[in-house]
Design a protein around this ligand. Structure first.
Ligand SMILES: *[C@@H]1O[C@H](CO)[C@@H](O)[C@H](O)[C@H]1NC(C)=O
Ligand SMILES: *[C@@H]1O[C@H](CO)[C@@H](O)[C@H](O)[C@H]1NC(C)=O
Length: 252
């Protein structure tokens, strides 16, 4: 009995300390769905906060049912940014909030690339990745994943992101419209405004932030990212990758 309890306690501790990998669903037809969304949970990390996002989900016990209340920043967890996130004057104009983002950008072929561990995403790094011409969607797997930054409640300010010159290079030299990253911002912390300004200016690039990429191998996939249709400057999104050999056209 006691050994059983000890075993349970150890299993529980293991569960608490093992970084959780992206969930994979595999079908016998060879289709794999990788859930690359951060589970939204209480006390999860939040931008610039030492104590995390706090209690984001509160369960209210009624007589018969349980009804949760959700209170959180639109930038907590895996989310997309709309241009009005950085250009405040667009907040009151139609077409610049999440409800009208181009879903064609958020669904389709994507390339997952791994970036060098010792650098932010600079011009030099982007050139070294040799992303094929014409690529429209790229997910950058960085040292943020290796360092399990999202498993820490405390915000880590020296995370890997785009530098100003990296953002400029991407806009000028590629057709990339979907930029995915594995921590809270595509931009390094001390250049947030200038990086976003470049990426969000033409209302064509959509940053997808806080992706959960543990266990995801670099390479081609199909991505499906569908944000909540919030009339807001950002929104939580559920993102999955599907292997490119998955025969999606196989009927009903
Ligand atoms: C970030 O800071 C931590 C703690 O100071 C340090 O251990 C780590 O190497 C730094 N990482 C980067 C990418 O600068
Ligand atoms: C990336 O930029 C941040 C912010 O300037 C910095 O703290 C961090 O050390 C840089 N990371 C690397 C790997 O150089």
């Amino acid at each position: 009995m006691i050994s059983c309890l000890i075993f349970l306690a150890m299993a529980y501790i293991a569960l608490l300390t093992t970084p959780s990998f992206a969930t994979t669903f595999e079908e016998s037809d060879g289709c794999k769905i990788y859930d690359i969304t951060q589970p939204i949970r209480n006390n999860m990390a939040s931008f610039d906060s030492n104590i995390g996002a706090g209690q984001v989900i509160k369960e209210n016990y009624g007589r018969v049912t349980v009804t949760g209340t959700l209170v959180m920043s639109t930038h907590v967890g895996t989310h997309v940014d709309a241009p009005s996130h950085i250009f405040k004057k667009l907040l009151n104009r139609a077409g610049f909030k999440v409800d009208s983002l181009d879903l064609k950008t958020l669904v389709g072929p994507v390339l997952v690339v791994e970036t060098p561990k010792d650098s932010n995403i600079t011009t030099q790094v982007l050139e070294s990745l040799h992303i094929p011409e014409g690529t429209e969607r790229v997910i950058f797997k960085t040292s943020n994943t290796d360092n399990s930054l999202m498993d820490k409640q405390e915000f880590v300010g020296n995370y890997t992101g785009f530098t100003k010159d990296g953002a400029k290079w991407l806009v000028k030299n590629t057709r990339i419209k979907f930029v995915g990253i594995d921590y809270m911002s595509v931009a390094i912390k001390d250049k947030v405004y200038s990086v976003y300004k470049r990426l969000l200016k033409g209302n064509s690039i959509i940053p997808v932030e806080n992706l959960k990429l543990d266990g995801i191998e670099p390479g081609p996939y199909n991505v499906y990212c569908l944000p909540l249709r919030l009339i807001a400057e950002a929104a939580p999104v559920r993102c999955v990758l599907v292997n490119t050999t998955c025969p999606m056209e196989n009927g009903y």
